[in-house]
Design a protein around this ligand. Sequence first.
Ligand SMILES: Cc1cc2nc3c(=O)[nH]c(=O)nc-3n(C[C@H](O)[C@H](O)[C@H](O)COP(=O)(O)OP(=O)(O)OC[C@H]3O[C@@H](n4cnc5c(N)ncnc54)[C@H](O)[C@@H]3O)c2cc1C
Length: 397
Amino acid sequence: MRLGWNPHQERRREHFRSFAATAIAPGSAARDREGTFDGQIWKELAADNFWTGHIPRCYGGEGGDMWDFLAGFEGLALGADDCGFVLSAVAHAGLIQVLLDHGTPEQRGDLLPGLVSGEIGATAATEPAGGSHVAAIATSAVAAGDGYLLSGHKAHITNAPVADTILIVGRVPELGKRDITLFIVDAADHGVTTGQPEDLLGQRTSPTGSISLDHVTVPADRVIGAVGDGLTTLYSFLAFDRLMYGIVAATQLEAMIAHAMHRVQTRWTFGVPIGEHQLIQDKLVDMKVTMESSRWLAYSTAAALIDHDPDFSARASCTKLTASEGLVRAATELIQIFGHTGYDRAGVIERYLRDAVAVRIAGGTTEMQKKNVFKSLRDSTPLAVPARPAVPAANPA
Ligand SMILES: Cc1cc2nc3c(=O)[nH]c(=O)nc-3n(C[C@H](O)[C@H](O)[C@H](O)COP(=O)(O)OP(=O)(O)OC[C@H]3O[C@@H](n4cnc5c(N)ncnc54)[C@H](O)[C@@H]3O)c2cc1C
């Protein structure tokens, strides 16, 4: 198992940290207030070869591996001071990863060149009736000619309002029980309508919206993986998505700790800096522990995915759970450390909490991560518990 960056990856990480600090961070507070996504910066990021590091050379990439991508991504997340923009990058990266892991050579050849050079991708599972129970989705396809006609509604999809290419989680009911299938559609396809950006509490620089599919023609060669086998593909996609949330949380925490350390050394109460009070120190310790656990669990999940370790899905859920719950806790305590100043929308502190809350929901809620972790324990633990004893008869007295 290899964890951490080699010298090339260190350079890549620093390059994109610097890019993000220069190009993304300066306007991020204003975009948060306005609720806007900056498509121009997205194009500049692509032009700087952000997406090509782990793409095989035959598709126009640099032939590296997942670590090469993650190094650049961690740099981006560190420098951007813009969790929403980074979340948009997570969604786009997920689509690329699905193509790398499960696409055919033709699908990769058709789609990757555009996706690494400025187009925007989205992955759509959630529907208006719910997101947690993915296997219950209603979006469905009927066979027609050489492919399918796909109809349904998706909601709360990152990048939907600006997407070019969208992965749709649907089903092919005629297959019977095992029918979940992944389809690729182009946002410009006849019958595809994307909605306006939703007005969210946080992640306001990431455009999130609906997708409506009305008898969209999807050729058979736009199905990703085997027809009916979509859930298997989805598990590895979700694990990749969740490890990225670990990196997002770690980088957010790194910035939050810097704010907190400055505050606790410069704000005085009772004749000493507040950092001298052990109740305040405790908050910093929790932030540091959460940052380290989120980062190293994320790396460990990446290693599990690369090594095809069967534990990848549970480890990804441990990462997401630790990262998202710890991030919300830390963002709440950061406001506490800043007192009223932290609660003031004119400052830069309250946004961390608004952005953090979404991380407990997007990519599978906290409750779903707990279910997944327990399921893996139950599946991997031989039944050693004796049969439940018979219930004694009720005492007639
Ligand atoms: C910023 C943001 C970006 C998003 N981007 C995307 C995207 O790109 N693509 C996409 O497909 N979706 C996306 N989503 C949607 C997200 O995946 C869903 O919101 C999430 O899966 C939860 O679905 P829901 O909101 O419908 O809640 P529901 O599924 O209705 O659940 C409501 C509550 O009940 C809990 N619950 C449900 N079932 C159980 C159970 N069995 N046991 C215990 N608790 C349970 C849930 O954990 C939740 O707390 C995004 C969401 C946000 C906030």
